[in-house]
Design a protein around this ligand. Structure first.
Ligand code: NAD
Length: 272
């Protein structure tokens, strides 16, 4: 169901499905989309300091009438705030914006060279102080994770990376699986670009499902946590109607086969 979870390394249950809120910059648009998702039954929201809408996430959670503990909130420390003390300060601001006293999951947004290790150490401290339930990272390649494994006391439990049928990240996924790091797929629909794929459309038709639903279902069956973004109420509902069908092994393989190592976002070794 829409509330199904994945057990993380420390036993915390993370919702497998949530709303991504990147580029919802207009406050009313953000509030309305998040509120709509929570009313539809979503129990997870993926935001970041960069997105400028943490305040609206907090407001929508309170307006939903749900208790804070019923909603899983993820946020991220932006690149210009990285470093140990800087991250602790950025986290304080994030909590203030959200108007909450803890975060479910806090991530290093991108592995800023020479800083991501100190950033992660601060995230570790926030975890030890019980201000976050789960420590994690985003856009970390195997070599970044190996550095963290060599130096950290507590391992990252989630890595959020660009992942969709055109970029299946086989090697990174295997590494993460081996180390019990859950994968969250960002741009799960390829920023909308994969929605033009005729092969996936044809597969979805067999199940009476839209192409967006077919892609999101492929993520779930691949054991990815998935956070599609939409501000359109009908699509927010559509994207959640994915728990009443199952793609066959053959159809899963056909979608896996569409990989072309194509990124719509930056490469983690070359971002600015
Ligand atoms: P996405 O792959 O979720 O695609 C979103 C776009 O697809 C929408 O803008 C809309 O145009 C379209 N769409 C959505 N549902 C649809 C439907 N049912 N029918 C037709 N069109 C539909 O793209 P995204 O927003 O880039 O990624 C999702 C989330 O991932 C973000 O909102 C953010 O939370 C996260 N993210 C994280 C990072 C990172 O660096 N950690 C980077 C990018 C995104």
């Amino acid at each position: 169901s829409i509330t199904s979870t994945k057990k993380l390394h420390n036993g915390i249950e993370m919702p497998r499905f949530g709303l991504g809120v990147y580029k919802m910059t207009e406050p009313e648009e953000a509030f309305n989309a998040i509120k709509k998702a929570l009313d539809t039954g979503y129990i997870a929201v993926d935001t970041a300091a960069l997105y400028g809408n943490e305040k609206q996430v907090g407001e929508a959670v309170r307006a939903s009438g749900k208790r804070r503990e019923e909603i899983f909130i993820t946020s991220k420390v932006w690149n210009t705030d990285q470093g140990y003390d800087e991250t602790l300060r950025a986290f304080e601001k994030t909590l203030k914006e959200l108007d909450t006293d803890y975060l479910d999951l806090y991530l290093t947004h991108w592995p800023v060279p020479d800083k991501f290790m100190d950033t992660y150490r601060a995230i570790e401290r926030l975890y030890e102080e019980k201000l976050i339930q789960v420590p994690g990272v985003s856009n970390h390649e195997i070599h970044h994770l190996e550095k963290i494994f060599a130096q950290a006391n507590i391992q990252p439990m989630v890595n959020q990376v660009e992942l969709h049928p055109y970029l299946t990240q086989e090697e990174l996924r295997q590494f993460c699986q081996k180390h019990d790091i859950a994968i969250t797929a960002w741009s799960p629909l390829g920023r909308g670009e994969v929605l033009k794929d005729e092969t996936i459309r044809a597969i979805g038709e067999k199940y009476d499902k839209s192409i967006a639903q077919t892609i999101i279902r492929w993520h779930l069956q691949s054991d990815h946590i998935v956070i599609p973004k939409s501000v359109t109420p009908s699509r927010i509902e559509e994207n959640a109607e994915i728990f009443d069908f199952e793609l066959s092994h053959e159809d899963m393989k056909a979608i896996d086969g569409l990989n072309r190592d194509q990124r719509f976002g930056s490469h983690p070794d070359h971002f600015n």
